[in-house]
Write a protein that binds this ligand. Structure first.
Ligand SMILES: NC(=O)c1ccc[n+]([C@@H]2O[C@H](COP(=O)([O-])OP(=O)(O)OC[C@H]3O[C@@H](n4cnc5c(N)ncnc54)[C@H](O)[C@@H]3O)[C@@H](O)[C@H]2O)c1
Length: 261
């Protein structure tokens, strides 16, 4: 007999305890808002907390936290546990990129991108998994990759956009997609699922990419437009929910078909 609330139960994220990194960035803000609307309890961390991008809700709390600093990561996990006694979901969303031409890239830029995107994701995963294993608790992780972890950017479209995708960004995002598989395998027996969502280019209304770039991107993309940040939410919530209990190690590409040709 069909239950009225079958879909509600399948996708329910009510009262789940969620940690979102990079929480006051463009996508982080949408992720925190979405989990809040789904009835979860959200802990958002960011090394540069932006008050304008905070969700004002009794279910959402923010901490300053740097994912490249192991002590800071441990402090976040301990605070969440002392506050709520458990943690269910980690969204490894914090990420950075550098934009100078690769011929001019200083070592510091390369190190910064690898430190945040790869080492930071690793530290958060290690802390989350360690604590859940210690508590014999199941949970899941959603990493945020990128379509540029799968394909290279088309440089011809960056006519009036200074935010050129870098080789180190793509390499770290490919690394995150692979770490997703690695940890899915290693944490499966502990009841921890690990998946990845790889967005295509997201339009930023507050700091718009060049008009010519946006038009060129639309021409390159089968769906003929850039993404909106909210369009990543369905994939993130799905992978976090009980609808995905047998899904682990996967990379869900949300790119309007960009990587299909
Ligand atoms: N915007 C896009 O087009 C796009 C496309 C594909 C993937 N992504 C990925 O989505 C994620 C979010 O990106 P966004 O577009 O919202 O960027 P964003 O710059 O708006 O947000 C990133 C957030 O991460 C935070 N952060 C940076 N270093 C940190 C650190 N060491 N510790 C903690 N927080 C740190 C920043 O302060 C910022 O708030 C990133 O992983 C990015 O690579 C974005």
């Amino acid at each position: 007999m069909p239950h009225e609330n079958y879909l509600d139960k399948l996708f329910s994220l009510k009262n789940r305890i969620v940690w979102v990194t990079g929480a006051t960035g463009q996508l982080g803000h949408e992720i925190c808002a979405a989990f809040d609307k789904a009835g979860s309890v959200v802990f958002g961390t960011d090394n540069r907390l932006n008050e304008e991008k905070m969700v004002h809700s009794s279910r959402v709390a923010y901490y300053q936290g740097d994912i490249t600093d192991r002590a800071s990561v441990a402090c976040t996990v301990n605070r969440i546990f002392s506050d709520r006694g458990r943690l269910d979901i980690l969204v490894n969303n914090a990420g950075v990129s550098c934009f100078e031409p690769f011929e001019e890239r200083p070592e510091e830029s390369f190190d910064w991108v690898t430190d945040v995107n790869l080492k930071g994701t690793f530290f958060c995963t290690q802390a989350f998994a360690g604590k859940l294993k210690g508590n014999k608790q199941s949970g899941n992780i959603v990493n945020i990759g990128s379509v540029y972890g799968l394909v290279s950017p088309d440089y011809r479209i960056y006519t009036d956009c200074a935010r050129r995708n870098s080789e180190v960004y793509g390499a770290t995002k490919a690394g995150i997609i692979q770490m997703t598989r690695y940890f899915a395998v290693h944490l499966a027996s502990c009841g921890i699922r690990v998946n990845c969502v790889s967005p295509g280019g997201i339009f930023n209304p507050e700091s718009p990419q060049g008009k010519n770039f946006v038009d060129n991107y639309a021409y390159r993309c089968p769906m003929e437009r850039m993404a909106n940040a909210e369009e990543m939410i369905g994939a993130i919530l799905y992978l976090s929910s009980s609808a995905a209990t047998y899904t682990t190690g996967q990379n869900l590409v949300v790119d309007g078909g960009l990587s299909c040709w």
